[in-house]
Design a protein around this ligand. Sequence first.
Ligand code: PLP
Length: 442
Amino acid sequence: MKDIVFELIEQEKQRQREGLELIPSENYVSGAVLQAMGSVLTNKYSEGYPSFEGINEWNETEIAERTLPNYRYYGGQVNIDRIERLAIDRACRLFHADHANVQPHSGANANEAVYYAWCQPGDKILAMSLPAGGHLTHGAPVTRSAKIYNFISYGVTADGDINYDELEEKALAEKPKIILIGYSAFMKIPDFERVAKIGAKIPGCLLMADMAHVAGLIAGGAHPNPLDYGFHVMTSTTHKTLRGPRGGLIISRGKVSSPLKKPEHTLENIPTLIDRAVFPGAQGGPLEHIIAAKAVAFGEALQPEFTDYAHNVIKNAKALADALLKRNFVLQGGGTDNHLILIDIKSSFGIDGKTYEEALDRVGLTLNANALPSDKGGAFRPSGVRLGTPAITTRGLGVAEMEIIADWLHRVALLCQNPNTPDSDYDKIHSEVHNLSLRFVI
Ligand SMILES: Cc1ncc(COP(=O)(O)O)c(C=O)c1O
């Protein structure tokens, strides 16, 4: 008898095919990535690391064929080592890095590992606040990290940019161990150079960029790379614009000699300190099927088509933002320079973000309610919604379709203003969304 779980997976496949995914942190992975994830590599335990010899130096055939001594605690690693080394090598090439740790199970784990590698309990970390657009793992009081470390936050200005003056003032006064640039709802390009100069004035300050949202844009050359401006570490998820499996990644400049030996606590040793923080510091056996899928996704991102993809994501986001502005939507920061748009739906049409999210679900358009900086609505009834173009761009939608989507978003906002709108009004838009979705197969 077929497990009912598979029926539900089929239903989810249909939902994804028949609607449009506008959540900016989601994407559609390739068949090859799915295949690696569903492979026999899930059967294998491989605590520890492969050798790092030849990373960034050898070609892929050499990496895939040579067997080297490793730093593992289990036997039978001949293929696993080669796959993980390919994933590391590809990540380094994508992000101009010397070292990559591909083992974090998620973006949250990647961030925690960096904090753990560089900070002692009570140390200060300067990061963007959650309401301003930062991520939960950047010090939101509900998190474990916030109980261990002393987070200090900076915010954004009225025009939606990082408040660099505030960041500088707090950095120089508080002398944090880490300055973190990263966000889940921010639409500008950070001034990495300015932040690197601020960090350089503070001895022992680690410059960390959490680029989970824009990693694919960086990989595709459509967004600056913090490592090119002197940042020591970049963390990321692998499943957003980077279009890989759900997971985390940490890249850095500098080589690891041996992850078995505890190194001195210096910035030069940060790659080794991070490897030891991931394993054995925070995780056990790596998910080698996911690491293989990361390797496949990084391989795809190294292809020239991915450069087009990254630029098209931004082109579509800008076109969508313009089309929304024409229809009287109020956008945080006035528009976007990346893949993400934050609508102040309360100021635009007098409805809250959750009501709007639920109404859009009814027509097959998926996005998420999101708090705005200084939101009074709380986490469950925020005044904003967040949307973006990574997934629909993968699907092949272009600038012409952004007008159509903006039009649906506008019509649903108007329907939402009246609680007695008949179902048939939503159904009509749903069938239009459905028809367009089927033109762009996944
Ligand atoms: C900037 C940023 N960092 C970290 C994370 C956490 O990633 P994960 O959900 O894989 O733990 C996210 C996820 O949304 C994010 O946006």
